[in-house]
Ligand binder design. Structure first.
Ligand code: CA2
Length: 155
């Protein structure tokens, strides 16, 4: 599990930017689907948008379902909102869905690619029904759009 905190003091609290399996490979493979920005670029872009809106941020990535569940639980004490790209676990994980429901934090589901233009198995999300907003197909800009959503939702 890797964590990139942006510790800039911010009065509105922290946004957790949580990324699931294989997203550590962003920018290194499959650029036609996922673009050429890396996960560090995502942390910088979304972190800057969060800072501009008065939030701090922490970007965490893990390839392990339980780590993602633990990070969501921990957010209950540390974050005011969650931006979640659960990767392939989106389409399989009741555990991550239950964790989102349990913490009762505003949560935005983000997918870099337009999952609805891809294979059928990517069309269903276990997470969408328990998230406040869903952003798909906007590339890594989707994370910035998610910050913008939380900016107004938490106003
Ligand atoms: O479009 C998205 O953001 C996804 O969440 C990405 C997941 C995929 O399983 C979801 O259906 C949609 C896959 C992440 C894999 O990321 C890679 C990035 C670069 C190279 C290889 C994999």
């Amino acid at each position: 599990m890797t964590s990139t905190p942006d510790a800039t003091p911010a009065g509105r609290g922290e946004l957790l930017i949580l990324n699931g399996p294989n997203l550590n490979l962003l920018g290194t493979r499959e650029p036609a689907i996922y673009g050429s920005d890396t996960l560090d670029d995502v942390a910088r872009l979304a972190g800057a948008a969060a800072r501009d809106a008065g939030f701090s941020s922490e970007c965490i990535q893990s390839n392990h379902e339980g780590d993602l569940v633990d990070a969501i639980h921990a957010a209950r004490g540390t974050a005011v909102g969650i931006i979640l790209n659960a990767g392939a676990y989106t389409h399989t994980s009741v555990a991550i869905r239950d964790a989102i429901s349990a913490v009762e934090l505003p949560t935005v589901e983000v997918h870099i690619s337009n999952v609805h233009k891809r294979e059928e198995f990517r069309h269903h999300s276990y997470l969408s029904p328990v998230c406040d907003a869903v952003i798909v197909g906007a590339g890594v800009h989707g994370y910035v759009l998610a910050v913008s959503y939380l900016d107004q939702a938490l106003a």
